[in-house]
Design a protein around this ligand. Sequence first.
Ligand code: ZN
Ligand code: ZN
Length: 220
Amino acid sequence: MFLIEITSTSAVAGDRNTIGGWPILDPGQPWPVCRCGTRMALFFQLDLPPDVPTFGGDHLLAFQCPRHNEACFPPREKQLPPLYWNQPPPPNEMSFWRILRQGAGVTAATADPYLQPLRLMLERAEEAGDRNGNGTFAFKVGGLPAWLQGPEHYRCACGSELAFLGQVPENLGFPKQPEAAEQIDSFSANEYCMFLGNEIYLLACPARCDPAAVWPVNQN
Ligand SMILES: [Zn+2]
Ligand SMILES: [Zn+2]
C-alpha cells in the first residue's frame, strides 16, 4: 500500500498528486458538475503507483460539490444499478460526488477555487493485516480496507465485484482557500471534508466499465 501525506508545499499547474489545484482530466472529460449545477471542488488527485494491484497506473480524482455535504448511505442491494455514479441508489437522493479513474489526461486551464492547492506525497508501506484481515487506518491507496463497522461488498452495474482502491480516514480536513466560503456542516471553519468526515472506502470497478465506476462506502 501507499500512505498519502498532505504536505505544506503549494501545488502548481501540472502537478499530478495534489489536493485542490489543477485537475488532470481525460480530453473530453468535463470538470464534474453537481446535480445542483455547481462545479465540484477537487478534493484530491493522484497517480496510482504502478504496483497498486488492479488499479496501478490510473490517475485518480475525487470531487465533491462545495455546496453539498452529506454521507453516502449504504444501498439495500449489493448489486448497484446502472449509472450509480450519476443516480445513486436510495436512500441517497443525488450524486454530489464524482470519483474518476482515468489515463494520462490534460491539465485544466484553471485551478479549483475552494481548496488550497497542496502537493501530496505517497510513501510505500507494508500492509500486514490483522487476524480479521483488516488493514491500517490511514489515508492510503492499495492495501487492505480497515473497516470500522465490518466489511461491505458491492457489485458494479457491469457485473464485476468492486475492489478496494483506497481509504480516506475519518475527519480528514482539506484546508480551504482563505476567500472560499466555509463548507456547510464541516467540522472545521478552515477545512473542507468529504462526506461529512465519514471514513471513506473507495471501491472501484476492476473492469473499468466507466471512469466514474467507483462507490464511496461511508462508515463511522
Ligand atoms: Zn451540489
Ligand atoms: Zn463496472
